[in-house]
Design a protein around this ligand. Structure first.
Ligand SMILES: *Cc1c(COP(=O)(O)O)cnc(C)c1O
Length: 404
């Protein structure tokens, strides 16, 4: 297996940074660029996707005495942490069997008069079924918050942007999610009065914090310095391999989030860096979709291996290819061979939410067999442009051997 010490493919296709992004000249603002990109009137900038969700939940809570928030049982631990931060009650919805969406019947059964919000999630850039969540929410008077943290630039079958169909939507500009300000988030809402409430809520609960902004500024500069195949071994490859050697998969993929959520404003310079990067995001996503399409066809030739795709006409984004293997054993055999290489193989979240030890105090126990099956049988292959054809061929060989 290719094993250069000075080369590492990132696990997701981040938009490669450019030096010019860092220059201090004026551009349209990040909010303006994001709104134009998404095809909507207005976008609110927050310091992370999680912070955007906290603002959304806090604003909804001020409108209603309801307390329950329904989320997929397999999603980012930060979603559970945000719900706990707001003092709300987390309710887990299992995934559909062999699906990536919440199970429609399970979702309908969970909705009641206490449901404040449902959070359907565009996991892995795939375009989720938002309409089922909207129908369930309308029946009980709840809101829909679309989690598009992993899907900036994905589009529904009608061409509108994923993240803009629910009452509220949010996106992440964290490192690894695509376009990044190191940490950042975008918040949207359909309705003008709800948008005004989100803005007011943010003004009340989010303050300027020079210490956090300085830290994020240095991290963003570090990202520009190291986000290249020769820089990533130091900041990503070697720490990951060390965690894997120690048997700590949760640390290896970075699922071990702090339980405290930083809430602060994003400084003007970081916003301009993000605004400038928006100019090349669509072309980058289109190139990634083309590469993904070709590679999905090749993976589909391996019997039993399925790439999780989109329903007809929807156009998701492809930060990585999400593979469902025929069994846990086959998945683990593939990872045993590929996870410690420098070729961008990883996993999405390690566990279903009830199975993280460190979240035990904030996540209810729940019987969610399909979410657990999803966690046990999936792995990811980077869709970074730096994973070239020769390296992709090596990965296919590894997958074939794992299937046996
Ligand atoms: C990353 C992520 C979040 C949180 O976004 P941050 O910007 O990292 O705070 C929320 N939901 C999902 C599905 C995510 O992947």
């Amino acid at each position: 297996m290719l094993r250069s010490l000075l080369y590492e493919v990132p696990p997701t296709a981040g938009l490669p940074p450019r030096f010019g992004d860092l220059l201090p000249f004026n551009t349209p603002t990040l909010a303006e660029q994001a709104a134009r990109f998404l095809g909507i009137d207005e976008v609110q900038v927050e310091c992370s996707g999680t912070a955007a969700l906290v603002v959304a939940l806090t604003a909804l809570r001020r409108r209603s005495p309801r307390m329950s928030v329904i989320v997929p049982a397999y999603t980012c631990p930060l979603v559970a942490i945000a719900v706990a931060h707001c003092g709300l009650k987390l309710r887990l919805c299992d995934l559909a069997p062999n699906g990536i969406d919440m199970d429609a019947a399970a979702l309908a059964a969970l909705c009641d008069e206490d449901t404040l919000a449902i959070v359907p999630t565009h996991l892995a850039g795939r375009v989720a079924d938002i309409d089922t969540a909207i129908a369930c929410a309308r029946r009980v008077g709840a809101h829909v918050i679309e989690d598009a943290a992993q899907a900036l630039g994905a589009r529904f079958a009608d061409g509108t942007s994923a993240g803009t169909r629910g009452d509220i939507g949010f996106f992440s500009l964290a490192v690894g999610k695509g376009l990044t300000t190191f940490e950042g988030g975008l918040l949207t809402a359909c309705d003008a009065s709800l948008r005004a409430q989100l803005r007011r809520c943010s003004e009340e609960i989010v303050a300027v914090d020079a210490v956090w902004e300085r830290k994020r500024t240095l991290q963003l500069l570090g990202y520009h310095a190291f986000y290249r195949p020769s820089g990533l071994p130091l900041v990503y490859g070697w720490p990951r391999r060390r965690a894997l050697r120690a048997g700590d998969a949760v640390a290896a993929v970075g699922d071990d989030f702090p339980l405290a959520i930083p809430l602060h404003r994003v400084g003007a310079w970081r916003q301009r860096v993000g605004a400038r990067a928006f100019a090349r995001l669509r072309d980058f996503l289109d190139a990634g979709a083309g590469q993904a399409r070709r590679r999905c066809l090749r993976i589909a030739q391996i019997r039993g291996v399925e790439v999780v795709g989109d329903s007809a006409q929807a156009q998701g984004t492809w930060p990585f290819l999400l593979l469902r293997m025929p069994s846990r054993e086959a998945r683990d055999a593939a990872l045993a061979e590929l996870w410690t290489t420098n070729l961008g193989v990883s996993r999405l979240f390690i566990h279903a939410l009830p199975d993280y030890d460190y979240l035990a105090a904030i996540v209810p126990k729940a019987d969610v067999p399909n979410a657990r099956d999803f966690a046990a049988r999936t792995l990811t292959i980077s869709n970074s442009p730096w994973l070239d054809e020769a390296a992709f061929d090596l990965l296919l060989d590894g997958l074939r051997r794992a299937i046996g």
